[in-house]
Design a binder for this molecule. Structure first.
Ligand code: PLP
Ligand code: TYF
Length: 394
């Protein structure tokens, strides 16, 4: 059965975890996998989540099955978190999923079922797993231009032109905020232009929101999604709680579908849940139950928002200080874009061999496309890091 199998190619981001761990140099710097870290390099359990877990442990009186949609109160709270506290959710249905990845796959299955020959357009570049997940569900994938590596900004005109050329009925995958891997995002007026085009060309928006609260704030990061939701008749969303609740390994996310009316929403939801049944049946409960408790309890929610805001501010400060250090070390404004980007990531614009030199000569780890995890920047070693980056430039 297995004798002719070839090893699967490694996930280039996850592979960095092992490489970094094996490096014994004391001053090593981990800018690889997208996990929030504090200045001590730790990824703590958030205070409100910890408190919710204590209450769960004390009060949970059953671990019996909940059903294919998981925790329905979690689903309602997530729809409000994403679409807005005052959003009309009568045309929206959500299903709890194992992480944002599970949500992406569940939405992909729904798209495949609704339109077997659907093509999903993804940004160039995008998170590598987007393409893998969409293809695994049997969907076609095409790319639209997105990032200008020269300036570190969005190639907005080229993006719009490509979307204009997409056939009606195609699906457009957009990062709700904090674009992974580039850190370059659409502003509100660009979102409005995209939303108008989606309506005009009858394209279906598919919004992946995995970093809500990491960019400009919880509501600000969902602004683009809400601009789109206010205009289009239908859309699909994959939300992740991995980052903003720091529940990575507990696997918490939500797949959402918005349709033209409530009856269609019920049918689409039933098809989404039928997809869940054959993929994993029911989602893991623990993390979602804790997130639901945080979202429902005003005191826990306030504490969660305060801690999330501290994390966001830390990343913003690191962006500014690293851009300044690079400006001093390179004597140029070449890296100024880092301060203007939002979220966990920016691409430094280095070649693969420059990234490799940083790893070998300076014990600095980043993804081969020169994506850095901003949260991994060493608060007290920015000047030295900037010097190392500049030293490999040519
Ligand atoms: N979408 C993007 C853009 C991501 O970067 C991630 C990263 O982890 C996810 C979705 C899903 O994450 P998870 O499945 O861990 O919730
Ligand atoms: O892009 C990242 O680093 C995060 C974490 O297969 C991640 O999204 C990376 C790769 C992967 C799963 C999660």
């Amino acid at each position: 059965m297995f004798e002719d199998l070839k090893p699967a190619p490694a996930d280039k981001i996850l592979a960095l975890i092992g490489l970094y761990r094996a490096d014994e140099r004391p001053n090593k710097v981990d800018l690889g996998v997208g996990v929030y870290k504090d200045n001590a390099g730790k990824t703590p359990v958030m205070r409100a989540v910890r408190e919710a877990e204590k209450r769960l442990l004390a009060d949970q009186d059953s671990k019996s099955y909940l059903g294919l949609a998981g925790d329905t109160a979690f689903n309602e709270a997530m729809a409000k978190l994403v679409f807005g506290a005052n959003a009309d959710t009568t045309r929206i249905r959500a299903a709890q999923t194992p992480g944002g990845s599970g949500a992406l796959r569940l939405v992909a299955e729904l798209l495949k079922h609704a339109r077997p020959d659907a093509t999903v357009w993804v940004s160039d570049p995008t998170w590598v797993n987007h393409i893998a997940i969409l293809r695994a569900a049997g969907l076609q994938v095409r790319e639209y231009p997105y990032f200008d590596a020269e300036t570190g900004t969005v190639r907005f005109d080229a993006m719009l032109a490509a979307l204009k050329g997409a056939p009606a009925g195609d699906v457009i995958l957009l990062h709700g905020c904090c674009h992974n891997p580039t850190g370059a995002n659409l502003d509100a007026s660009q979102w409005t232009a995209v939303a108008g085009l989606l309506v005009e060309k009858n394209l279906l928006p598919f919004i992946d929101i995995a970093y809500q609260g990491f960019g400009d704030g919880l509501d600000a990061d969902a602004e683009g999604l809400r601009i789109v939701a206010a205009k289009v008749p239908e859309m699909v969303v994959a939300a992740s709680c991995s980052k903003n609740f720091a529940v990575y390994r507990d696997r918490v996310g939500a797949a959402m579908v918005m349709t033209a009316n409530a009856a269609q929403a019920d049918i689409a939801s039933s098809q989404m849940l039928a997809g869940a049944r054959t993929l994993y049946s029911m989602p893991p409960d623990h993390g979602a139950a804790a997130v639901r408790m945080v979202l429902q309890d005003p005191a826990l929610r306030a504490d969660w928002q305060a801690e999330l805001e501290e994390m966001r501010q830390r990343m913003l400060l690191l962006r500014q200080r690293f851009a300044e250090a690079l400006r001093r070390q390179s004597n140029s404004d070449r890296f100024d874009f880092i301060a203007g980007h939002r979220g966990m990531f920016s691409r430094l614009g280095l070649t693969e061999s420059q990234v490799q030199r940083l790893r070998e000569e300076h014990a600095v780890y980043m993804v081969s496309d020169s994506r850095i995890n901003v949260a991994g920047l060493p608060e007290n070693g920015l000047e030295e890091l900037a010097k190392a980056v500049v030293s490999v430039l040519d």
